[in-house]
Design a protein around this ligand. Structure first.
Ligand code: HEM
Length: 540
């Protein structure tokens, strides 16, 4: 009996234990389920939070922006008679960063002011940014943007650019114009002699002579005529250049408020129309003369050492390709392209020549070092430095590079436009955004350049940094698909002209002058504000 209850107890207590366990399991199960659910939810929400936060990094954010006014946005910080947009933009970028969003009226514009950001625009996303915004002034002056520089990305632009490179700007074509360059440089040297004797005290109005030289040499190559000798041409060509540059450099209200174009705001339309009415007959005349010369080749058709000048090539493209030209250019297309090439070529050449001479006159050490290099080539009084001599002249090339770093002729390049939405650095850039690249600010960026404000050509001796679009700290010609195709053309003119001016004369400030004004003008090309007037003394 004793054992029974025990057994029974045992049995009962075993049963009781099982019951208790079952009860406990039943009691704990919901709690465990709740706990597991909570843990799971916590884990899920943690994962979600992580994925959300990585989404947050990925969420497209616009670039930082300076404060803006209602309606006009940031326009008041850029446009204005005395404001130089590249300088105003550089100051804004110093406060808001190298990728900065502006509102120019209704237009969204992103300003890029560092080498790294410029690389993203012109290398990483080169194709996306290879178009131009549609702008009112070039639209009118370049026959509906059928030039090269302002043409939107597309087959027309591809063909126009290709054709210009093939027939005008390729290394082989540039070599063919050597005789024209050397003749015009000789004429320039002659003009310096004449002016220094006629003005008294050896004073030379150098800006004026350099402008005449640039127009003549480019005019002969592109148009087949030299503006200073053809009757009435000087003034006509000035019209093309001055009016074009002044108008292209302005912010047209219509560009900033495209929705209000019908109101004809800003008063520029009239100016642009009048300029166009003056420019078009000049281009027509150039085409007519060239057309006549082609029809009667016994007439004095101006040629280079290896063929016709560019205008003749343009007019006879169908003949050249046996009537199967890849693209037919209308008469208006030809005029737009001629005006583009002549304008870009001449204006940029004038700007660089002026700044090189100004920097050398201010920096005696650099002038003497360059003269030492050049004068090794000058054997007698009548000798010209020839293109053959230029090969080994490293300091000459360094002087030009340093000048273009400090004074890029187009400080903001030409505006680009995003063809698709993309990113620059972490910032979202929607389709159709205008992109302005501040080459002026990038060339003076203290993060990249040592003593960036000093003129020190030595920094390029032994340096690999070139301006051919691979080194984004130096992009006076841009980079990528829209890069300037005229580098070889322009360098061939600049080098021979500077070599002979600096080699054959000693240059100095005028009596009583201690400083040169080094301010630039606003405009699509940034000329020296005060023309250069200096003393020239022949050497030896
Ligand atoms: C020192 C001289 C020159 C400088 C600094 C210069 C600079 C530039 C710059 C900054 C651009 C725009 C690049 C961009 O949008 O990213 C450009 C475009 C252009 N340049 Fe030049 N240029 C010079 C000389 C020339 C010459 C001599 C010619 C022709 C004779 C020329 C023809 C052009 C053309 C046709 C374009 C438009 C390219 C395009 O949009 O596809 N340039 N140049």
């Amino acid at each position: 009996t004793h054992t029974l209850p025990i057994d029974v107890r045992r049995g009962r207590s075993k049963k009781t234990m099982e019951d208790t366990t079952t009860m406990l399991v039943f009691l704990l199960l919901p709690a465990l389920t709740i706990l597991c659910t909570l843990l799971l939810r916590a884990a899920i929400s943690k994962e979600h939070a992580t994925s959300c936060s990585s989404d947050a990094v990925d969420v497209p954010v616009p670039p930082p922006s300076p404060w803006r006014l209602p309606l006009v946005g940031n326009l008041h910080q850029l446009a204005g008679r005395r404001l130089l947009p590249h300088r105003s933009l550089a100051s804004l970028a110093a406060a808001h960063g190298p990728v900065m969003l502006l509102r120019l009226g209704q237009v969204r514009a992103v300003v890029v002011s560092s080498a790294a950001a410029a690389r993203e625009v012109m290398q990483t996303h080169d194709r996306v940014f290879a178009s131009r915004p549609s702008l009112a002034v070039p639209g009118k002056l370049f026959y509906g943007c059928t030039d090269i520089a302002f043409a939107p990305h597309g087959p027309y632009w591809v063909h126009a650019r290709k054709m210009s490179v093939l027939h005008l700007l390729s290394p082989a074509r540039v070599r063919a114009y050597r005789a024209v360059r050397e003749e015009e440089v000789q004429a320039l040297v002659q003009m310096v002699h004449v002016q220094r004797l006629s003005c008294g005290g050896g004073v030379v109005r150098l800006s004026e002579l350099l402008a005449g030289f640039a127009k003549d040499v480019t005019g002969r190559i592109v148009f087949g005529a030299s503006p200073s000798t053809a009757e009435g041409w000087g003034a006509k060509v000035d019209t093309l250049l001055e009016e074009g540059n002044a108008l292209l450099g302005t912010f047209h209200v219509q560009d900033c408020f495209p929705g209000l174009a019908w109101l004809g705001l800003g008063g520029l339309d009239n100016k642009v129309r009048k300029a166009f009415e003056r420019i078009d007959p000049i281009l027509e005349e150039i085409l007519e003369v060239a057309g006549r010369q082609l029809l009667s080749p016994q007439q004095d058709t101006p040629t280079t050492t290896s063929g016709s000048t560019f205008v003749h090539v343009m007019l006879s493209l169908d003949n050249i390709s046996g009537g199967s030209a890849a693209w037919r250019f209308s008469r208006d297309n030809v005029k737009a392209i001629l005006m583009d090439l002549f304008g870009a070529g001449t204006e940029a050449t004038i700007v660089v020549l002026e700044w090189v001479m100004a920097e050398l006159v201010r920096n005696k050490g650099a002038m003497e070092r360059l003269q030492h290099e050049l004068r090794k080539s000058l054997i007698s009084d009548s000798d010209m430095i020839t293109e053959h001599d230029l090969q080994g002249m490293v300091y000459l090339k360094a002087v030009i590079k340093e000048t273009i770093r400090l004074h890029p002729p187009g400080p903001l390049l030409l505006p680009h436009e995003a063809m698709e939405s993309t990113r620059i650095q972490q910032y979202h850039i929607p389709r159709k955004t205008m992109v302005i690249i501040n080459a002026w600010a990038i060339g003076r960026d203290p993060h990249t350049w040592e003593s960036p404000m000093e003129f020190r050509p030595e920094r390029f001796i032994g340096s690999e940094v070139s301006f051919r679009g691979r080194h984004f700290q130096l992009i006076p010609f841009g980079s990528g698909r829209r890069m300037c195709p005229g580098i070889n053309f322009t360098m061939s003119i600049l080098e021979i002209a500077i070599a002979n001016l600096v080699g054959r004369f000693n240059w100095a400030l005028r009596e009583g002058e201690t400083e040169l004004d080094m301010e630039e003008t606003p405009g699509v090309a940034s000329r020296k504000r005060v023309p250069l007037c200096v003393i020239a003394r022949p050497w030896p």
